[in-house]
Design a protein around this ligand. Structure first.
Ligand SMILES: NC(=O)c1ccc[n+]([C@@H]2O[C@H](COP(=O)([O-])OP(=O)(O)OC[C@H]3O[C@@H](n4cnc5c(N)ncnc54)[C@H](OP(=O)(O)O)[C@@H]3O)[C@@H](O)[C@H]2O)c1
Length: 289
């Protein structure tokens, strides 16, 4: 049986470096995927020059048909997936007046796409497989300052419907012009991105509960502050450094590491500590300019 790894949004940035890291160390086929074929194939050509040979498939995580096409292809050719990295994401504009349209786009790509992936790709993940959801420091619970939602999200029997409600609460606040910046850390900067990433980390724990019976591990990870297009080239780590912890987690962590929120240095943090200082501070970026 040929083992299979899939990384979403891997034509550039951290995703591309995770593909690179897996190609060097994973004993199986590694799928580089991209929403845009041109960008995807250019990334494959770059890896080929390094002597690395991923398999390529188009994948737009917000497009059911695209996800279904990848699922069918893998099912037919390989029968299943051993490693799935949910990496693709976008960031919202940096000012506080982010439009409804942009907010919706960020929430759709960074959070709601997980429902499509879970429905169509998770059934292909083999028993004892590994799923890594790339979250962020913006995905730690300490990014939320609204008491009602801190309490709700901290509930150990939180449901997917409640996470959806949390995300839609933010979307609705933006739509009606009632967004209160004190509901989100750091004066509400990049709120949509924070809301989506908090939702991803919360969802990770529910996905873990659902997949535990098949001994599949599902963890979420903050990859560090990394120099990519998303950060306009600012950050403390380059993409290859940032890929080290995720690749180690995927290949070397004990299978008992489950439902965890992992920091870029490999530490498992208490996601539920709403008063912790793990939330992203926009000033960190400004200080680097
Ligand atoms: N960089 C950081 O400091 C940092 C910090 C914390 C968390 N993260 C997280 O790390 C992950 C990778 O980020 P990055 O910094 O490497 O960003 P990046 O360089 O901007 O790469 C993002 C990737 O996601 C893809 N993508 C966006 N929307 C997509 C969609 N609908 N379907 C498929 N692919 C899509 C992009 O494709 P296109 O080229 O087509 O746009 C691109 O390949 C993200 O989840 C991000 O939130 C990054």
């Amino acid at each position: 049986m040929v083992k299979v790894a899939v990384v979403t949004g891997s034509n550039k940035g951290i995703g591309l470096s995770i593909v690179k890291g897996l190609l060097k160390r994973f004993d199986g086929v590694v799928f580089l995927t991209a929403r845009d074929d041109g960008r995807g194939k250019a990334a494959v050509a770059k890896l080929n020059e390094l002597g690395l040979h991923p398999e390529y498939h188009q994948l737009d995580i917000t497009d059911r048909n695209s996800v279904a096409r990848l699922a069918d292809y893998i099912k037919e050719k390989y029968g299943g997936i051993d490693i799935l990295v949910n990496n693709a994401a976008v960031v919202s504009g940096l000012d506080l007046n982010v439009s409804y349209k942009e907010t919706k786009e960020v929430l759709d790509i960074n959070y709601f796409s997980y429902h499509i992936i879970q429905e169509l790709l998770y059934p292909l993940v083999r028993d004892n497989g590994r799923i890594l959801n790339i979250s962020s420091d913006c995905g730690h619970l300490s990014n939320v300052r609204n008491e009602y939602w801190i309490k709700k999200l901290s509930n150990k029997s939180l449901t997917v419907e409640e996470i959806n409600e949390f995300v839609n609460w933010h979307l609705e606040a933006v739509r009606t012009g009632t967004f209160n910046k004190s509901d989100i850390a750091d004066e509400g900067s990049i709120a949509a991105y924070r809301v989506a990433k908090v939702a991803v980390s919360a969802l990770t724990m529910i996905q873990q509960r659902e997949l535990d019976g098949r001994n599949i591990s599902v963890n979420s990870l903050h990859p560090g502050f990394v120099r990519t297009d998303m950060t306009k080239g600012l950050g403390f780590l380059d993409v290859d450094q940032a890929a080290e912890t995720p690749v180690n987690l995927l290949l070397e962590a004990p299978q008992s590491l489950k439902g965890a929120y992992v920091w870029y240095d490999g530490q498992v943090l208490d996601w539920f500590d709403a008063n912790a200082d793990y939330y992203f501070k926009f000033k960190t970026m400004l200080d680097m300019l």
